[in-house]
Ligand binder design. Structure first.
Ligand SMILES: Nc1ncnc2c1ncn2[C@@H]1O[C@H](COP(=O)(O)OP(=O)(O)OP(=O)(O)O)[C@@H](O)[C@H]1O
Ligand SMILES: [Mg+2]
Length: 130
């Protein structure tokens, strides 16, 4: 688990959970923020393409995340949120088989690279400082 202060207060936490054992079947990633949370009436639109409450948002962030996680990785993504308290966003994806795992592709000494794409400076600042 890693946590960083958010620029406007509160914390942003990323936690990964992997089932233990020789061949874990799933990997979970949990993103927790202590931001504004979601309004009750907005929750049902959260993953809909082009739903945004931002002045310059595309509303594509979560729709794309869900598409990648569910279609590419056969996983699931959930959000729990309380207005004024923040959000928990959790993804659960099946583990890759050993032949597709990073160590198989990159060799034992390589370090995996994570590509972070976000057009929000505050989010990038928080994520890239991990
Ligand atoms: N962590 C969060 N806390 C509060 N509201 C959120 C959070 N994440 C998403 N939302 C709400 O869901 C909406 C859709 O989010 P999504 O990431 O799909 O697009 P966006 O952030 O609005 O636009 P863009 O992807 O272009 O930055 C946001 O506009 C916001 O209202
Ligand atoms: Mg977004």
């Amino acid at each position: 688990m890693v946590s960083r202060p958010c620029p406007k207060g509160g914390e942003f936490i990323i936690e990964t959970v992997s089932e233990t054992g020789p061949s874990p079947s799933a990997i979970e990633i949990l993103f927790v923020d202590h931001g504004t949370g979601l309004k009750e009436e907005d929750k049902k639109y959260l993953f809909s393409p082009f739903f945004t409450t931002k002045l310059r948002g595309t509303g594509l962030g979560l729709a794309i995340c869900r598409k990648i996680i569910s279609e590419r990785h056969k996983g699931k993504i959930y959000v729990e949120s309380e207005e004024g308290k923040g959000d928990d966003c959790q993804s659960r994806t099946p583990s890759a088989s050993p032949s597709r795992s990073l160590s198989g592709v990159m060799g034992p000494m390589s370090t995996p690279t994570i590509l972070v794409v976000d057009d929000e400076p505050n989010s990038l600042f928080a994520i890239c400082s991990f």
